[in-house]
Write a protein that binds this ligand. Structure first.
Ligand code: SIN
Length: 293
């Protein structure tokens, strides 16, 4: 039987993923209401809570109810709070942040649990974010493919993304992404993981941070990953979040991908992001240990 929410009313955004929530003030959540937000987060993968009016301190306080904050190594922190990362694009900048399908921090041994993104300034039109359900992606594979994937692990890295983003290579990145020299994270994760809370199977590779399948050569790996990416990108596994100022989105980083659309040239978009610490996934290892095991 479906869970009956008593203190919130999630409105599904699509068949597999996403729910909008109105009428909640996250600064005033009771324990019961907060527990239901957590349940909705696990069930829907991404929840968008509308019409919030948060100071940076209130954003941080709300995030701390979910767990420890993981300070992103590469995003510029907000001048307003060191625990908040800025996702910013100025009118003259062409590149946006997060345009390639990804899940945050999959290059870490303990990938982030989720992110809490707060819309501060949005363009008059455009700048939506797409989210896809990686449980739906797994669910719709054949039994034969599920069996093949279940014994495999993939390598994820930050090096080829953040290690090369220097102002020389990408002048646009200036003042937004920093610390290229710190891009040294590599991790190996099972291709299929079990969600730590729901127990559901999830396809856990992504086009931005996954670099190859353990024990496979590049051609083999590119072919399988290419197939999986095309499959997982299907629009029927997705929902589209149309932001408004004050929208607070919380996504589950284990069970979803996201991609920020870059269709608002000449306009400013400013979001405040807090990322939440996650736990080590079953089967995850550092690459050297993975080779030895
Ligand atoms: C991100 O990838 O965290 C940014 C998402 C967005 O700006 O919509």
């Amino acid at each position: 039987m479906a869970f009956e929410f008593k203190t919130i009313t999630p409105q599904p955004m699509s068949s597999y993923i996403g729910a909008e929530i109105q009428g909640v003030d996250v600064t005033q959540c009771s324990d019961e209401q907060f527990a239901e937000l957590k349940k909705a987060f696990v069930d829907y993968g991404i929840i968008a809570i509308r019409e919030q009016n948060l100071t940076p301190e209130q954003h941080v306080e709300f995030a701390q109810r979910w767990g420890d904050i993981n300070i992103n190594r590469f995003f510029k922190p907000s001048d307003q709070h060191p625990l908040i990362a800025e996702v910013r694009k100025e009118p003259h900048q062409k590149m946006n942040i997060g345009a390639i399908w990804h899940t945050d921090h999959s290059y870490d041994l303990a990938p982030a649990l989720g992110s809490i993104l707060y819309a501060k300034e949005i363009p008059p039109v455009g700048g939506d974010t797409l989210f896809n359900s990686m449980h739906a992606a797994w669910l719709t594979l054949s039994d034969g493919m599920k069996e093949t994937l279940s014994g495999l692990r993939a390598m994820h890295s930050s090096r080829h993304v953040f290690g090369v983003l220097t102002p020389d290579a990408f002048p646009d990145i200036e003042g937004r992404i920093t610390n290229a020299h710190e891009a040294k994270q590599d991790a190996v994760h099972n291709l299929i993981i079990k969600h730590p809370d729901s127990g559901k199977e999830i396809l856990y590779v992504n086009p931005q941070f996954t670099v190859g399948i353990e024990g496979w050569n590049k051609d083999e790996s590119d072919a399988l990953l290419g197939f999986l990416y095309n499959h997982a990108k299907k629009p029927e596994f997705s929902c589209r979040l149309r932001w408004a100022e004050g929208t607070l989105a919380i996504w589950d980083n284990r069970s979803t991908w996201h991609c920020a659309l870059n269709d608002y040239q000449g306009h400013r978009r400013l979001m405040h992001r807090i990322t939440l610490e996650g736990v080590k996934l079953e089967g995850s290892a550092e690459p050297a240990l993975a080779e030895a095991s």
